[in-house]
Ligand binder design. Structure first.
Ligand SMILES: N[C@@H](CCC[C@H](N)C(=O)O)C(=O)O
Length: 279
């Protein structure tokens, strides 16, 4: 099978984007792992598949796969790359694109300054919807990990997130605690883990250990989760600059019951074609 692909990134969170509108693609977990492999494949954090619309009124359907082959509900940086991809490929001429995902319908806006603005939906702290094993929603939950008690916010942006406050993200134990929290039994579908350092009411620094990938240079839904949990803790205002290792995102949230907005860049790196050999 020959597959045309585009390599893209949002702040260094990188993607293999596949046009499933104009080519027939039979994706399975093993093929995704091969495409994502940085030595034996193309290399990426996530594979994004653009498909024809499934719901009336939407323009496309969008599927997201982590590098380990698992399909997931949401990807903020991927959503911005998706918008740029469908415009660059001539699949759409619109500035506003409505896309169905496994997490629901999201709205993407291509802005004049090359930024893409995404309505990321309404966040929830309801344990069953994350999913997170707890009796009731709470601002923070205590969790036993590696012999220590950690206090974290647990929430869903369509996908599950835990956010931990740290004094300095440069020395935060991302590599040690990230994998332990990702697979903690209280997160039955695993979790993305954000380590957030609050700088001021409108600025944070963030590193994210992503479910199914490991630490990435940026995580859009993780940036939304961090800004929302910081605001709920009374540490942040409604508009926050989230500085990730790969660059900055602007996250806006007007509070309970309102959607989160994310703005940031989306870049094309190269296009190519890969011949998939039988294994
Ligand atoms: N990089 C993404 C998130 C991708 C999915 C995540 N790893 C998960 O398993 O939920 C983003 O920019 O949001």
């Amino acid at each position: 099978m020959r597959l045309r692909f585009t390599k893209m990134h949002g702040l260094g969170n990188d993607f293999v984007v596949l046009d499933g509108v104009r080519q027939r693609i039979a994706l399975d977990a093993a093929l995704i792992r091969r495409l994502a492999d940085r030595r034996f494949g193309i290399g990426c954090d996530q594979v994004l598949l653009v498909e024809p619309p499934r719901l009336p009124g939407t323009d496309f359907h969008y599927r997201i796969f982590n590098a380990n082959g698992s399909e997931v509900e949401q990807c903020g940086n991927g959503a911005r790359c998706f918008a740029r991809f469908v415009r660059d490929q001539g699949l759409s001429t619109q500035d506003e694109i409505l896309v169905s995902t496994a997490a629901g319908v999201i709205r993407l806006y291509l802005e004049e300054d090359d930024q893409v603005r995404v309505n990321m939906g309404i966040p929830t702290f309801e344990p069953a919807k994350i999913p997170f094993l707890a009796d009731a929603p709470a601002l923070t939950h205590a969790l036993e990990v590696a012999g220590q008690t950690l206090h974290l916010s647990a929430l869903s942006l369509g996908n599950p997130h835990a956010v931990i406050l740290v004094e300095d993200i440069d020395t935060a134990p991302v590599a040690e605690l990230g994998p332990l929290l990702e697979r903690h039994p209280r997160f039955p579908k695993r979790v993305n883990v954000g380590f957030m350092q609050v700088i001021s009411l409108d600025a944070v620094r963030l590193r994210v250990y992503e479910r199914g990938v490991g630490e990435t240079l940026a995580c859009g839904s993780g940036a939304c989760a961090a800004a929302v949990s910081g605001q709920r803790l009374g540490l942040l205002g409604p508009s926050v600059r989230v500085s990730l290792p790969g660059g900055d995102l602007r996250i806006e949230w007007q509070g309970e019951g309102r959607p989160v907005w994310m703005s940031g860049p989306a870049e094309r790196v190269f296009v190519g074609e890969i011949e998939i050999a039988e294994e």
